[in-house]
Write a protein that binds this ligand. Structure first.
Ligand code: NCD
Length: 308
């Protein structure tokens, strides 16, 4: 992978994805081999929106590579509160860190911020836009459980505002996939995403309002949370809240090999009774965030060193 920013999954080729996933698999097999690899590296964390998994797994990843992190902390306790622009904030923290991780409520924020810095900037979620590092761990989990080619995947829930969905759908076009999108009409994929997906040769897509019609054909069901915080109107959220939940009864028609994924946090989309079944891969998926982010950081940081 080039020494570069990671802003959307659209920029990733199949070769890029395979390089990261292969490296992540090596690291997962033998984490001790890379324990000092980036001993002096510092990762800057800039989270303008809540995060548990993404932030903590980036922090764990950097520490397990021997490095450390500097964290802007909450917006409330930072100079953002005094009116500092995003461009100024990233330019300052670039001076403290070898790479930056940015999460921001505004779509396009990571692309904009990346124009102001020379160190690699990783988009950890920009509003309803993209979340490419989540996609990498999603792809890793899919590869481990179902394989990435000849894959039939159902992606269900909030496809309009769900940034993990947008990034995953684009990245999967590098493989031979059938993608089924299941959502209420008001939360369908943005039309420009549907248009882009239709242009891809090895990708077949269909949109549905009911899971039942496709469930039995799926290798993977990727469930998402309705993104309440992105709705301009709470009444609109209430109209769709609680739809598209799955429990053991829902899964009666599913294949025994169905893998169920979720980027987490879940609210009520997946009944806890599913957690103990062979289908559930969402906690494994969250844990995969560490080796995958270690691989990404290793490749991005190593790319900047002339002796590598
Ligand atoms: C997701 C996000 O922030 O987009 N969470 C995550 O990073 N695992 C999904 C979500 O918030 O629903």
């Amino acid at each position: 992978m080039r020494h570069d920013h990671l802003i959307t999954s659209k920029q990733l080729s199949r070769a890029d994805i395979e390089t990261v996933l292969d490296r992540a698999a090596e690291i997962a097999d033998d984490p001790a081999a890379v324990a000092d690899r980036h001993a002096n590296a510092v990762l800057g964390l800039l989270f303008f929106e809540p995060s548990t998994r993404t932030k903590m797994s980036f922090e764990t990843a950097m520490k397990r590579l021997g490095g450390s992190v500097v964290d802007m902390g909450s917006v409330e306790s930072s100079s953002v509160k005094k009116g500092e622009t995003l461009a100024d904030t990233v330019r300052v923290i670039e001076g403290y860190a070898d790479a930056l991780v940015l999460r921001h409520p505004k779509q396009g924020a990571a692309a904009m911020a990346s124009e102001f810095v020379d160190v690699p900037l990783l988009n950890a979620g920009d509003g309803a836009g993209h979340h490419p590092t989540q996609t990498m761990l999603d792809l890793y989990t899919i590869r481990e459980n179902a394989g990435l080619d000849d894959l039939t995947i159902g992606i269900m829930g909030d496809l309009k505002y769900g940034r993990t969905v947008h990034s995953l759908a684009y990245a999967l076009t590098n493989f031979d996939t059938h993608q089924h999108f299941i959502s209420p009409e008001s939360l369908q994929l943005p039309r420009e995403v549907v248009y882009d997906l239709h242009q891809q040769d090895d990708t077949q897509i269909r949109e549905h309002e009911a899971l039942e019609s496709v469930l039995s054909s799926l290798d993977v069901l990727y469930v998402t949370r309705i993104q309440r915080e992105r709705f301009p109107d709470e009444n609109e959220y209430q109209k769709v809240a609680g739809e598209y939940q799955i429990d053991l009864e829902t899964l009666e028609e599913a294949s025994d090999d169905l893998t169920i994924m979720h980027p987490l946090p879940r609210v009520d989309e997946i009944a806890p009774e599913i957690d103990e079944t062979e289908h559930a891969a969402y906690f494994e998926q969250a844990h995969n965030g560490v080796p995958v982010r270690m691989a990404l950081l290793d490749l991005l940081l190593a790319g900047g060193e002339s002796d590598e």
